[in-house]
Write a protein that binds this ligand. Structure first.
Ligand code: ACM
Length: 681
């Protein structure tokens, strides 16, 4: 076994080294993510040494000095250089600096701001020009991604890059209500977003399961509604400043009128049913909803939103508005009487009445409204922004009616879809027939990380690296759509993201180690590397009733949303079946590995009962790999099999499609392809 492992490791290193070398030869200019609008390779090298220094000219916002200093420190960390310059300040204005930044004006965080930049890297000088410091910050990220090595050390390829975003709203939503995410989780994700040129972090701050921001006017909201897990106002200010320094807006969401149980633990008088209320511990859509027919609701929300409007500086304020099932409105006699008296026929119409009153409150506090697509009802003014989660059609309908909109449908990263699916989902698809004046209402999109099934340990692995591909969709020209090339660059970016503290790689080993009772993780890793959590909402419908108290430490929680080994393996199968025999050895290698992993993993499982739930899947992996090896042999020898052989193998395949522990084997369909490619007598 030992021999085998050594072979495996060298084989893997060989493959990684080969792809790394290829990437190096190809020039790191081809590895950028998001792909810039225009890159001209000047085929030379700018050498990095300790004399490297940065100067800033023009009239930028002060955020540029922090951003330039951070880049300097990243370069220092990557290269081990002790640069002569320690940090960049507003006195860094030397004409002889090797890296010169010039910004015309301070950038303002909000809609319709200039974010373009140009980067001119020549053998002895780098010029970064931008209209605003926000654009310059994007240019710094591009430069950082270009650090390269050759036999003589570190260098940057010479190039001219002219770049600007395709969409102005390039967002990520993090739900901190279902599972609270502390400040350090938010900050490392802000850093990762900035690296990918994203510019909006939307925080889902209240829901049935928790109220997550301190109110000084109503401290009881978090006292009774948060289990002590919430952001203080000082922490919120800290997050906002941290994001601002990186060119990122913070959009707060307080979800009303539904998704609101946690408010009613301390304020049952504002609800539509009598209560009392407790923090909700289960997941799903629940009945509690604000009573929109009493003035107390509006008085309370006026005070609370007024307080939050001062805390959160962004012009936009998200009121949620999704999934109000209307049941508690239907069951309340005085609400029904109010509707009758005011000729309000439906729950949707009552919610529109509520939204219009909320809009007045927000306007009074100098905010614009954004909400999920349910808020788009007749009579709403068209200065609101619609976040489309139920379908692209809602976005296009809103845009046609003159509403600004952003797309989240197709970017629900909590649903464990492959990166390619999200990547090809486009706020304005290539075949769109929308007229230009409608297209301009589509501001961009947001990936949404709902947090029922994640904790601070594994949330990064759900967000990254897939969201890097989404960030590219929002930034790069619409013609950038090559899925294979995206996956190639994504693997590189995934490692680079670690430099910003994201934990998607390092926490994987940690979680596997805990699962093995701190034994050797290698067999478990070989297995978990090729499984994924079940897709969509299926995890809630397989007999396990998850709550906020459930363990999120099982194999399914360690497994990545997308197995990159499966992505490669499927590619090997396709190439092999096209007649490219070079891939035969790779297929044999992987399937042998999976066959031989079975007894090793059995040994690990004996020592760790938490792993018993995946034991049948481990056996299935062995069985289908053996079948796949037979198929490769038969195809290679151009031999036929009989119908019984096929039936027997398909039985194994169908068995292997069954999920265990809410996870599924990923390469089943690729091995099925191999089996079905065998000629039958
Ligand atoms: C949502 O997913 N309910 C916006």
């Amino acid at each position: 076994m030992k021999l085998f492992k050594t072979y495996f490791i060298s084989f893997t290193i060989f493959f990684i080294a080969a792809s790394f070398l290829r990437a190096q030869e190809e020039s790191v200019l081809n590895n950028l993510m998001p792909v810039p609008a225009k890159v001209i390779n000047l085929n030379g090298k700018f050498r990095l040494d300790t004399s490297f220094s940065i100067s800033v000219f023009g009239n930028p916002d002060k955020r540029i000095y922090g951003a330039a200093s951070r880049m300097l420190h990243h370069l220092s960390g990557r290269t081990g250089f002790f640069f002569n310059q320690d940090y960049v300040t507003d006195t860094s204005k030397s004409d002889t600096a090797q890296f010169v930044i010039d910004c015309k004006k301070p950038g303002k965080l909000g809609l319709n701001e200039e974010e373009s930049y140009s980067l001119n890297i020549t053998p002895h000088k780098v010029e970064l020009n931008a209209e605003t410091d926000l654009g310059a910050i994007h240019g710094l990220q591009t430069f950082l991604q270009l650090l390269s090595v050759d036999d003589n050390g570190y260098y940057f390829p010479t190039a001219k890059i002219i770049d600007q975003p395709r969409f102005q709203w390039r967002g990520l939503m993090i739900d901190v209500a279902r599972h609270f995410m502390p400040v350090d989780v938010i900050k490392r994700n802000i850093d990762a977003m900035a690296f990918l040129k994203m510019n909006v972090l939307h925080l889902h701050l209240s829901d049935d399961q928790g109220f997550r921001v301190e109110s000084k006017i109503f401290p009881e909201l978090t006292k009774l509604g948060s289990d002590g897990k919430y952001f203080t106002q000082d922490q919120i200010k800290d997050i906002i400043a941290y994001a601002d320094a990186r060119g990122i807006r913070i959009i707060p969401e307080f979800d009303v009128p539904g998704h609101s149980t946690s408010w009613f633990v301390s304020h049952p008088e504002l609800a539509s049913a009598p209560g009392p209320y407790k923090i909700e511990r289960k997941w799903g859509v629940f009945n509690p909803v604000f009573n929109p027919t009493i003035e107390a609701t509006y008085k309370f929300l006026d005070k609370f939103f007024g307080e939050m409007a001062k805390l959160f500086p962004d012009e936009y304020f998200h009121i949620g508005g999704d999934e109000n099932n209307g049941k508690d409105w239907g069951a309340n006699k005085s609400i029904q009487a109010f509707m009758k008296k005011n000729h309000i026929a439906t729950a949707e119409a009552l919610q529109t009445y509520f939204n219009k009153r909320i809009l007045k409150i927000l306007t009074k506090h100098h905010k614009r409204m954004i909400g999920w697509d349910e808020i788009l009802q007749p009579g709403m003014p068209n200065n609101i922004v619609i976040q489309s989660w139920r379908g692209q059609k809602a976005l296009f309908d809103a845009a046609r009616k003159g509403y600004m909109g952003i797309l989240s449908n197709g970017y629900y990263i909590d649903l464990m879809q492959p990166t390619s699916y999200h990547y090809l989902n486009d706020p304005i698809p290539p075949d769109s027939v929308l007229p230009e004046n409608v297209k301009k209402n589509i501001l961009g999109g947001e990936a949404t990380q709902w947090a029922e099934l994640v904790t601070k340990e594994n949330i990064d692995s759900r967000i990254w690296p897939r969201t890097a591909a989404i960030a590219e969709r929002f930034w790069s020209p619409d013609s950038v759509r090559n899925v294979d090339d995206m996956y190639r660059r994504l693997e590189i970016i995934n490692y680079e993201l670690e430099d910003f503290g994201t934990t998607q790689i390092k926490n994987y080993d940690m979680m596997l180690r805990r699962l093995t009772n701190d034994q050797d993780i290698s067999a478990l890793k070989t297995f978990v590397d090729v499984i994924e959590p079940v897709k969509g909402y299926k995890r809630h419908s397989q007999g396990v009733h998850y709550t906020s108290y459930s363990p999120y430490t099982r194999v399914v929680d360690a497994a990545r949303p997308e197995s990159i080994i499966d992505v490669h393996f499927r590619n090997y199968v396709d190439e092999f079946l096209k007649g490219n025999l070079a891939y035969k050895q790779s297929l044999i290698f992987w399937m042998n590995l999976w066959v031989n992993n079975y007894p090793e993993l059995e040994h690990t499982i004996i020592l760790s009962p938490i792993l018993r739930e995946i034991e049948p899947m481990s056996l299935n992996l062995k069985n289908i790999s053996e079948a796949g090896l037979e198929a490769v042999r038969l195809i290679s020898l151009n031999q036929k099999a009989d119908k019984d052989w096929l039936d027997q193998k398909m039985k194994l395949i169908n068995e292997a499609k069954k999920p265990y522990g809410q996870a599924e084997l990923e390469m089943v369909s690729a091995i099925e392809k191999l089996i079905k490619a065998v000629k039958i007598n």
